[in-house]
Design a protein around this ligand. Structure first.
Ligand code: ZN
Ligand code: ZN
Ligand code: FE
Length: 760
């Protein structure tokens, strides 16, 4: 038994939606209720898991003809034991105007008009209606009226004006309403900004350029995208080279669901996601031997795939009829660009052509990334389609600003019981990223009229976000990184009281000033104790180790074998040592650094353990992007293999998970010639057993899994099932990313719990 919580926004009120939900739930014998509120329709339904999945799919498939779902978010929660299903009285409290909708993918009716030669908007790339189109990316201030959007400079023609003013029309008060006569239009520029074509010609010529193997920068919905033929190896490699993005997977857009089906496996839940109004990038298991260029996602069994979600994308994909890469339009890891002049200056060397338009983008919104694991959605990057919808907590919150972490940054504000988590901002490594970070903060505070009582930040003293908080002039609340992970996962699963938090990631500043990362925390938002952690080791060169698994391997093995780790070729397999190993002098220097503890911070990182395995097995010694080595270890796993290495838990209060026996075995098996997929599976399985053993020793039934390491599907699914099988109740992230993109939510929950105490 589980409880499904669904929040639906869109044309779902006054169209017979509640009676429909009631009939469906009753027919399916689910307990629960449905309720209207100014924030949307809320549904809670309880039943066996398979029935809830079926309910969710039928909800969309069988909904009343006049209804349209602009956004649907759901979570699976603890059952409450509802008896029967009822329609609850509407909740009139709450302010409709404060709900800012995300951008909504083109609705079926607009899509039909787009391709109807008799329609006055035939092939008009900015067609939209009251149900669909841009929202968050064009809103300047509230309330949501045309004059408060970036559409204000377009004066409606008489035809559009008539539709806009007619209550019986589908475009009644559709703020971005426009047509070819009065609305935004396209231009095609060459890489120096000279106009080559306009209107439909611009679109056709842009498509022709992609077909020829050239790179197109497209001004999309929430920013620029870089597009190229995904089947053209040369085109993809050239884009990678120009963008300085060596191997990080590139997302693809497919013409339609049917075409996509030739390339990947699609489950019913994944299909729902792909066709939803959110229309995110979905990570899908790919078929072998398709015509997708190998450079799109080298060595990766998944493909990040999406379907067209704006009229412009629909037109372009119809013209092309084949998959394209659609990656964010930016310079390596900077924030996505939104302005055509800036784009020209910044990525003029990357793109051969620019397909632009004159509807300004008010704020950047990247494509979201979602994966289905354990038959449920986990959002890995929360942006277009989801931001800025609130995460509604059960308690009333003081007004707060949380500034998140350092990598994959998002920020959040609280208002009432809502936490508004910002769109993905990115790694705060560059001046441009910091600028975007500040802009998003100002934006959220003014849009939601929040005057923060405090600014919550990560306890790391050197994070740019921490400096921002301290310079803000507001009272500050520091929060430990892994505590924030724990609290974020608890908040979205509506958990109260003590739980065991398995919080595993690359690194976060810990109480003892070392880099934590393989942590078991017992507690809740109000506080925690560190009941277990991984055995610490040193990272030679600190930060440099993130991109060099061989350094991590060296540091870890130095802890076991001392200086021998350098000389006898333990840290890389003998056959890789000559090519990928450190030169003699460097190795000696690193050895000295480790022995003396110079520039070699101590860490308990779980993420780095994956890196060490990657190096020791010769899978990857140097990475081209963060997390690459860990991903490759996951992708190697032989899913049939059940074995694991010994789990060694030492001491008590805190327990220490000693990985030494594990690594001794890995090296022994490597040298014996045990297949890598078997070793990788046993490594994962050992971590799963470690989680289980710690959980058994701690003896708390509820276990939350959080932190970037739980983006690993194999680890997450196996840990979840193993815990569940042993009588524990595991929880994972759903609507909020398990990585650092989710910690702003945890920061808010923790600060609220602390500020609550003195008053209680
Ligand atoms: Zn529409
Ligand atoms: Zn018009
Ligand atoms: Fe983290």
């Amino acid at each position: 038994m589980q409880r499904l919580r669904v929040t639906i926004r869109g044309a779902v009120q006054g169209v017979g939606f509640r009676p429909f939900v009631y009939r469906l739930a009753t027919e399916m014998r689910l307990g629960g209720w449905v309720k209207n509120s100014p924030q949307g329709v809320f549904i809670e339904a309880e039943g066996p898991r398979e029935d809830l999945d079926a309910f969710l799919l039928r909800l969309e498939r069988e909904k009343p003809g006049l209804s349209f779902i602009q956004s649907l978010e759901y979570s699976l929660l603890e059952p409450l034991g509802y008896e029967g299903f009822r329609i609850q009285q509407s909740d009139e409290s709450g302010d409709r105007t404060t709900v800012i909708l995300p951008d909504v993918a083109t609705c079926p009716r607009c899509r039909a008009e787009l391709f109807d030669p008799s329609d006055r908007r035939f092939r008009y790339p900015f067609i939209n209606c009251t149900l669909c189109g841009p929202r968050f990316s064009i809103i300047q201030t509230l309330p949501y009226d045309r004059a408060n959007t970036t559409m204000k400079s377009f004066v409606m023609c008489p035809d559009c004006r008539r539709e806009y003013s007619d209550p019986a029309d589908r475009r009644f008060h559709a703020q971005p309403d426009a047509c070819g006569v009065c609305g935004p239009h396209l231009s095609l520029w060459d890489s120096r900004g000279r106009t080559i074509a306009t209107g439909d010609d611009a679109l056709r010529e842009a498509a022709a350029a992609i077909r020829r193997g050239e790179t197109l920068a497209l001004k999309g919905l929430g920013g620029f995208q870089l597009l190229a033929d995904a089947r053209n190896e040369v085109a993809v490699l050239r884009l990678r080279e120009r963008k300085r993005r060596e191997e990080k997977p590139l997302a693809c857009m497919f013409p339609d669901l049917e075409a996509l089906g030739h390339y990947v496996n699609i489950s019913p839940l994944e299909k729902r996601l792909l066709l939803s109004s959110e229309s995110p990038i979905v990570l899908l298991r790919r078929h072998p031997d398709t015509d997708i260029a190998s450079a799109v996602a080298p060595g990766n069994p998944y493909l990040g795939a999406m379907l067209p979600y704006t009229p412009l994308h629909h037109l372009l994909m119809k013209e092309l009829g084949f998959p394209i890469i659609a990656t964010s339009g930016n310079l390596h890891d900077e924030p996505i660009l939104t302005d055509e002049r800036e784009a020209l200056a910044s990525i003029g060397d990357i793109a051969d052509f620019f397909l632009v338009h004159n509807r300004p983008i008010e704020r950047h919104v990247d494509d979201s990334v979602v994966r289905v694991q354990l038959d449920r959605e986990t959002i890995l990057r929360r942006a277009r389609g989801y931001a800025p919808l609130p995460i509604i907590l059960k308690l009333s919150l003081p007004p707060l600003l949380a500034v998140g972490g350092h990598l994959k940054n998002t920020v959040a504000v609280s208002k009432g019981s809502d936490v508004i988590l910002s769109q993905h901002i990115g790694d705060l490594e560059t001046a441009k990223a910091l600028f975007a970070f500040r802009k998003v903060i100002d934006d959220l505070l003014s849009l939601y009229e929040v005057k923060p009582a405090a600014v919550v930040h990560d306890a790391h003293p050197d994070y740019a976000s921490t400096r921002y908080a301290k310079d803000s002039g507001y009272p500050v609340v520091p929060v430990y990184h892994h505590h924030a992970h724990l609290a974020a996962c608890m908040a979205e699963n509506e958990l109260e009281g003590e739980v065991l938090g398995v919080t595993w990631d690359g690194a976060g500043y810990g109480e003892d000033k070392t880099l934590w990362g393989g942590e078991f925390l017992l507690g809740d938002a109000g506080g925690y104790s560190r009941v277990a952690h991984f055995r610490p080791f040193r990272l030679p060169g600190g930060e440099a180790a993130i991109k060099e698994p061989r350094r991590t391997a060296l540091g870890l093995l130095h802890e076991i074998f001392g200086p021998d780790a350098l000389t006898n070729g333990l840290y890389l397999p003998p056959d890789k040592l000559a090519r990928e190993g450190f030169p003699e002098a460097t190795a000696r220097l690193l050895g000295q650094m480790l022995t003396k503890g110079i520039n070699s911070p101590i860490t308990t990182s779980a993420g780095r353990l994956f890196d060490a395995v990657a190096a020791i097995l010769g899978i990857r010694s140097v990475c081209s992007f963060e997390g690459q080595a860990a991903m490759m270890v996951e992708f190697q796993v032989d899913e049939e293999e059940q074995g694991h290495y010994p789990v060694n838990l030492q001491g008590s209060d805190p327990l220490v998970f000693d990985w030494e026996p594990l690594f001794r075995e890995i090296i022994r098996e490597r040298d014996q010639g045990t297949p890598l997929p078997v070793i990788c599976a046993r490594f994962h399985n050992t971590l799963v057993e470690a989680i289980l053993e710690v959980a058994q020793k701690v003896g708390v039934r509820r276990v939350v899994l959080s932190g970037g390491v739980f983006q690993n599907r194999y680890l997450t699914e196996h840990a979840f099932r193993r815990l569940e099988g042993a009588g524990f109740r595991p929880y994972i992230h759903q609507r909020v990313p398990p990585n650092d993109g989710g910690i702003a939510l945890g920061q808010i929950a923790i600060a609220a719990a602390r500020m609550d105490k003195p008053c209680a």
